[in-house]
Design a protein around this ligand. Structure first.
Ligand code: C2E
Ligand code: MG
Ligand code: MG
Ligand code: MG
Length: 281
């Protein structure tokens, strides 16, 4: 319900909307201090092959807000993108992930893991991004060929040539690329052919209802077939059941990530899980 209060100004009195606006404002302000206050941590979600063996992990950021408690990235990452805070936050993630890769090198159970890091469009497109990645790799000593950057289709949108050029520079450093949430954005087969990608990540929205929805089955099969024809590795996210896993592996998917195998966990738990992977039926 909107009421006029004075010329040209409209004020909202819907308490729910008001509360949401206030929460956003507070979160956006607090986001500025979250790095120095060390409120971010990374958790890791295992990725497995067709045998269920760990082959890598995705790093996912968590924000422990001093008053509000856990704030989901689905809420604060968009705020960080709008405010530009994603640049320092993304830099923090990259560095923390590379330090973790170095720690993993020390143990045979984790040494082969490839670590996937989410990169926002704005972060990828900032002028110094290639140099930043190079510097972080050198400073931490992380093996570049174990670092995978997850881009989304929004990164490419309207910036095809710049994105391709930048990806080639990063690939020359040794890092690889996955296209995250594939199928939900503005994919064009034209650019898919030209991007130096290594992996397509089937979005979890196509996996979730795989067994109720014949259209999701068709989409998943098509993505796998097309990806394979383009010599890309295919990973499915949001694999929650044995039936999901079986269907996907029967249809030639290469790798899997989801609650069926492992939830996102701390680095310590991740290492323990690699020592003794869960028995899968
Ligand atoms: P995403 O990159 O597509 O990550 C997958 C999301 O699906 C994660 O949510 C993960 O916890 C969740 N997930 C994994 N397996 C399952 C499953 O079996 N079922 C269901 N329902 N969900 C599953 P999360 O951690 O809440 O992250 C949400 C999104 O926030 C990410 O989606 C990514 O877009 C963004 N994000 C997370 N960490 C970062 C980061 O460090 N940098 C940037 N730029 N974005 C991040
Ligand atoms: Mg991702
Ligand atoms: Mg994803
Ligand atoms: Mg997703």
């Amino acid at each position: 319900v909107a009421k006029k209060s004075g010329p040209g100004s409209i004020r909202f009195y819907d308490p729910a909307i008001q509360a949401e606006i206030e929460e956003r404002t507070v979160l956006e302000r607090d986001l500025r201090f979250a790095i120095e206050r060390e409120e971010f941590v990374l958790v890791y979600q295992m990725q497995v092959d067709n045998h269920g063996h760990p082959i890598g992990a995705e790093a996912l950021i968590r924000w422990q807000h001093p008053r509000n408690g856990f704030v989901s990235p689905g809420k604060f990452i968009p705020l960080a993108e709008e405010s530009g805070m994603i640049i320092p936050i993304g830099g923090w993630v990259l560095k923390a992930a590379c330090k973790q890769l170095v720690a993993w090198q020390a143990d045979a159970h984790t040494a082969e893991l490839v670590l996937a890091v989410n990169v926002s469009a704005k972060q990828f497109q900032q002028p110094g991004f290639v140099e930043e990645v190079a510097t972080v790799l050198t400073q931490t000593g992380a093996p570049a060929h174990k670092l995978k950057l997850e881009l989304t289709e929004s990164t490419v949108l309207g910036k095809v040539e710049e994105t391709i050029a930048r990806m080639h520079k990063l690939k020359a450093l040794g890092v690889s690329f996955a296209m995250d949430d594939f199928g939900t954005g503005y994919s064009s087969l034209q650019y898919l052919k030209r991007l130096p990608l290594d992996q397509l990540k089937i979005d979890q929205s196509f996996v979730r209802d795989l067994h109720q929805d014949p259209e999701d089955k068709a989409i998943v099969q098509t993505i796998i077939a097309m990806g394979r024809a383009l010599h890309l590795n295919i990973i499915a996210e949001g694999v929650e059941t044995q039936a999901h896993w079986r269907y996907l592996s029967e249809h030639q998917c290469h790798a899997y990530q989801g609650y069926y195998f492992c939830k996102p966990v701390s680095a310590v738990e991740m290492a323990q899980t690699c020592l003794a992977p869960p028995a899968l039926a």
